[in-house]
Design a protein around this ligand. Structure first.
Ligand code: SF4
Ligand code: SF4
Length: 301
């Protein structure tokens, strides 16, 4: 049976759409946003999360590793990521959870079982399930199977996307989605390229298409100080969203540093370490600016 690659399933979420929700995080994303707080969702390939401070030097991983990616030095396991095959064998034997696979292979049935555990919360709160990532649409066939099952079971669905996908993917999946949460990053394409690794023309075209062809789309923008909150950025954003056919709501999410330690555990550099979160006053100013374009603005998800 076909399996998807899922890196987290979060219960009782109140920030990813209406009501109480279960959020399913798909691994793999075509963007590499420098401020990403889920770096374990960026690469589709399996990888290891590594917490060396938990090592007790028992040597179990050393004897099981097929690629000599571990050495015991001064009573502690040292991990050489460049030699690692991400086979996960050491994760099974380590008594303290020093290494952990970043994602799990899950079948449609596995994911549905998790979703259905929370049916009572959806019913009582008007919630449902949100498919996020990474980029859920990178595993479109797998997502489609789950969406069809949710539709049969009358479970309300939302897909959070950065929109860097083929239009055919959106066309195919759109009829099975109740709500799109569409993440816009930057309106200037060359800045978009610099900070996310891809230009934004396709993303904007896809949002235009969705706004004409889907009944419920909410735009979400993470406000990154000094990167996308300048006067010019906000004006272009307001003009663009107010010109869309049905989309009239933006959720502005203040940048936060919650994912910082994950970069270290994945052996990666975080490029924006000096950045601070915008305060409440600044977020209100941004909301007021966007409201001038006739858009309904909410701070937070
Ligand atoms: S995941 Fe596999 S290859 Fe990598 S360190 Fe563990 S046992 Fe070795
Ligand atoms: S199995 Fe875990 S605790 Fe034991 S040496 Fe390896 S990493 Fe350290």
């Amino acid at each position: 049976m076909h399996k998807g690659r899922i890196f987290n399933i979060m219960k009782y979420s109140i920030h990813d759409g209406p009501g109480i929700r279960t959020t399913v995080f798909f691994k793999g994303c075509p963007l590499q946003c420098q401020w990403c707080h889920n770096p374990e969702g960026q690469r589709f390939d399996q990888e290891l999360i590594y917490r060396p401070d938990k090592c007790i030097g028992c040597g179990q991983c050393l004897s099981i590793c097929p690629s000599k990616a571990v050495e015991i030095i001064q009573g502690q396991a040292h991990y050489f990521r460049d030699k690692c095959l991400a086979c996960g064998e050491c994760c099974k034997v380590c008594p303290t959870g020093v290494r952990e696979l970043a994602a799990k292979g899950m079948s449609v049935k596995d994911v549905l079982t998790e979703i259905e555990k929370d049916l009572i919360f959806y019913d009582e709160s008007g919630g449902g399930v949100t498919f996020s990532g990474g980029e859920a649409l990178m595993q479109a066939d797998f997502l489609m199977e789950i969406l069809k099952e949710c539709r049969k079971k009358e479970i309300q669905t939302a897909v959070e996307t950065a929109g860097f996908v083929k239009i055919e993917t959106l066309r195919k999946i759109s009829p099975y989605v109740d709500l799109f949460l569409y993440d816009l990053k930057l309106m200037d394409s060359s800045k978009h390229q610099n900070f996310t690794g891809v230009p934004n023309e396709l993303i904007l075209d896809n949002l235009r298409w969705l706004s004409e062809n889907h009944p419920k789309v909410i735009v979400r923008v993470a406000i990154i100080p000094g990167i996308n909150d300048g006067e010019d950025d906000l004006e272009k954003l307001g003009e663009f969203v107010s010109g869309l056919k049905r989309v009239k709501e933006i959720h502005c999410l203040p940048y936060h540093k919650a994912g910082l330690d994950k970069y270290q555990r994945l052996g990666r550099e975080y490029g924006l370490s000096g950045l601070n979160s915008p305060n409440d006053e600044r977020m209100s100013e941004i909301a007021q600016k966007l409201e001038q374009f006739g858009i309904e603005v909410k701070i937070g998800g």
